[in-house]
Design a protein around this ligand. Sequence first.
Ligand SMILES: [Ca+2]
Ligand SMILES: [Ca+2]
Length: 318
Amino acid sequence: MSAVHSTSRPKRSRTWLCAVRYGVQPALMAALMIAGAMAVRADAADQAARTFRDCAACPEMVVIPPGKFVMGSPETEKDRDPDEGQHMVVIAYSFAVSKGPITWDQWDACVRENMCDGPAVEAALRLDRDGKPIPNYVPHVRGSHPVVGVSWFDAQAFIRWINRKIGKEQYRLLSEAEFEYAARAGTTTTYWWGDEPSHEYANYGKDAGPDLGGMAEGRDIWVDSTSPICSFPENPFGLCDMYGNVYQWVEDCYETDIARLPADGSAARSGNCSVRGFRSNSYESNAKTMRSANRAFVYAPDTRGRPYLGFRIAKTLP
Ligand SMILES: [Ca+2]
Ligand SMILES: [Ca+2]
């Protein structure tokens, strides 16, 4: 680390200082120095978000700029898990991400056109984990609330529907790396707004501890339910609900070895593909699992009926 004390080197970049501050490994620090000129900068994130919508029932899409970022969390981060080892990811392309999670209205449009299995998702939501009917089941608020209870395969069915509408194979799920890149939007803090959880920015549960259960405070007025999408401030890329409201499926298979995770923004296709990942957090989950770097790989791709699990979509841009 003698270079740090050298007087002959030029002034340290902000990237270098951040790397030191957040305890990034030396090799990665060197990569960060080289990448400094291409790192995601606030000015890129500050560009007015470019948005589009491909059809009336389609979600609003936000164009995300190319960039580099450090995926994972520093070892100094409170509540981090060991599977969040830091590594550089280079996303050399621009792509689009739905501004919020897919809503019930959008899902229902797919159901009406017989490309999504609405009745099966409804039926699964009415059952508990043992397959028994939930007593006094309260139907989910629909409309602009995120669709929940859908499996990874249901998300793929929705994507087939929207791709058929546009006549191209361009819509898809986000990769896990793309999700973290889009969520962080150039930030390196625990959450995009800073290092402390805040109900002014997300619908989630408890601020401390491992317990599940909904909680309302400030702008977050929802205890045991989803909120309409985009009820909270957008992140610097112009996206909503990348933290909280509902967990959202990503494309990746579960790759436990960080060193084997793709570093180019693509999804992991090695590892355990009988488990697929999801990101964000939910109305009943705590602040620990809402962190930018938190990974969640728990369910088989055919898992339906989870009232806190939905998805958002990406679009490959030509
Ligand atoms: Ca809440
Ligand atoms: Ca985790």
